[in-house]
Design a protein around this ligand. Structure first.
Ligand SMILES: Cc1cc2nc3c(=O)[nH]c(=O)nc-3n(C[C@H](O)[C@H](O)[C@H](O)COP(=O)(O)OP(=O)(O)OC[C@H]3O[C@@H](n4cnc5c(N)ncnc54)[C@H](O)[C@@H]3O)c2cc1C
Length: 398
């Protein structure tokens, strides 16, 4: 029986997980084309927070599937050692900026007009026992309340760069190839790169994160356009002087805009197994450059964004205020105007051999394995493990 050649454009978590699940099938030959670095964009610089039941209705079943797949992969492939997988407790923390003179509330961390909230947080379940953010009324600067919203059964984390590169390592054991290059053409079931190299592609998967719509425009001469945009995000990796407890914290800083936007309003923080704390917050910034390899250089011009994050972190108490800064990062989330991913055949736009998976917004790490599995099923014409009916291209205006 002849093999089906699948080419995946993009070596982020979505492309790599799709390659991994396809590589478990007989008679499928998979090549990832990456024009910068594997996990060099958001998939290597994200927080790595995973939630089982925080997802909006369109991605609810995918959220459950993906959470279970993360757990299974960690058990089967020693994820705790290889990519720092662990369950953790999640808290909401509300504080008042110490320099604030007003009572204004910051906008939600990820802001984008659309149908459903990106991060619908569950209601409080009790008091949090986080030990690296000051408790209200102790040595807190402006901390007002701490509430646990999820326990270790429903929230977890990975180190996303280690996760994506480890899953690729497993996929390569099953024969997946990685080719460095940029695609120029898709004609007669073959992808041609800028270098002139051709790769047979009975099926083509577009998984280039926030660059997916520009890849689509390069390859297909059509009026249609995939509505996938880019939302920047800044992060810091800090090393406090003592080992932080296993917690995720979603914070809201009241009075923030009365200090002339001198700090981030809703930073999200995740302690990690290696003793660091990841902090993300600022979501405004320069336009997406054409290649992921150019983001690091662009980031060098954005020092004030990290200063804002650092100012917010200072409000959370001495453990973080005195922490060493290990990394400063900028990356871009792929988003759609509907705040839901597009995981779909592109049959109605350009033919039934072409598929897309992008627009994961703030949830690409959480939804990565589920998206990879479902996309592999779509490509092979199999029944789907999760309901992705609301994620098909026909649900979007293109
Ligand atoms: C600050 C921040 C924090 C986040 N935290 C979390 C979190 O805690 N939990 C969570 O679930 N999600 C989180 N996310 C979201 C998550 O990071 C993204 O949704 C996810 O990484 C998107 O993965 P992707 O594979 O679609 O895209 P990407 O990671 O962007 O990968 C796309 C790849 O395609 C490549 N590419 C682009 N153009 C081409 C081309 N022409 N040819 C070949 N290759 C190409 C790129 O180089 C890149 O490697 C966060 C995002 C940000 C910005």
């Amino acid at each position: 029986m002849s093999k089906t050649n699948v080419v995946i454009i993009g070596g982020g978590i979505v492309g790599v997980c799709t390659a991994y699940y396809l590589s478990k099938e007989d008679n499928v030959d998979v090549t990832i084309v990456e024009n910068a670095e594997i996990a060099g964009a958001a998939s290597g610089k994200a927080g790595g927070f995973l939630a089982k039941d925080w997802h909006a209705s369109a991605t609810e079943s995918l959220g459950y599937l993906s959470y279970d797949l993360h757990k299974r992969l960690a058990e089967e492939l020693d994820g705790r050692t290889r990519w720092h997988y662990r369950a953790l407790q999640t808290s909401n923390v509300v504080l008042k900026a110490t320099q604030a003179t007003g009572n204004s509330k910051p906008k939600a961390n990820v802001v984008h007009d659309g149908e459903e909230p990106f991060r619908p947080r569950p209601p409080p379940k009790g008091e949090s026992n986080i030990d690296w953010i000051s408790k209200p009324l102790e040595d807190a600067r402006g901390v007002i309340s701490h509430e646990m919203v999820s326990d270790e059964d429903t929230t977890a984390q990975v180190e996303p760069y280690l996760f994506t590169t480890s899953i690729l390592e497993e996929a390569k054991k099953n024969g997946v190839k990685v080719v460095k290059g940029s695609v120029k053409e898709y004609v007669n079931k073959s992808v041609t790169l800028e270098s002139g190299e051709s790769i047979p592609a009975d099926k083509l998967v577009l998984a280039a994160g926030p660059w997916t719509s520009s890849v689509f425009d390069t390859l297909f001469d059509t009026q249609a356009h995939l509505p996938i945009e880019a939302l920047p995000g800044y992060s810091l990796v800090l090393r406090p002087t003592s080992m932080p407890s296993a917690h995720a914290a979603f914070t809201t800083i009241l009075g923030y805009d009365s200090v002339e936007n001198a700090m981030s309003g809703t930073p999200e923080l995740f302690s990690r197994l290696d003793g660091t704390v990841y902090v993300a917050g600022e979501n405004e910034g320069p336009e997406l450059p054409p290649n992921a390899g150019q983001v690091a250089e662009l980031a060098l011009t954005q020092e004030e964004r990290w200063d804002k994050l650092r100012a917010a972190v200072y409000e959370l108490g001495p453990s973080l205020a005195g922490a060493e800064v290990v990394k400063k990062q900028l990356c871009y989330r792929p988003i759609t105007y509907k705040k839901r991913p597009m995981i779909s055949s592109l049959k109605s736009l350009v033919g039934d051999d072409v598929f897309v998976a992008s627009g994961m917004g703030p949830w690409g790490i959480s939804l990565g394995p589920g998206t990879g599995l479902v996309l592999s099923e779509l490509v092979l014409g199999k029944a789907h493990s999760a309901d992705v009916s609301k994620l098909s291209v026909e649900n979007f205006e293109t």
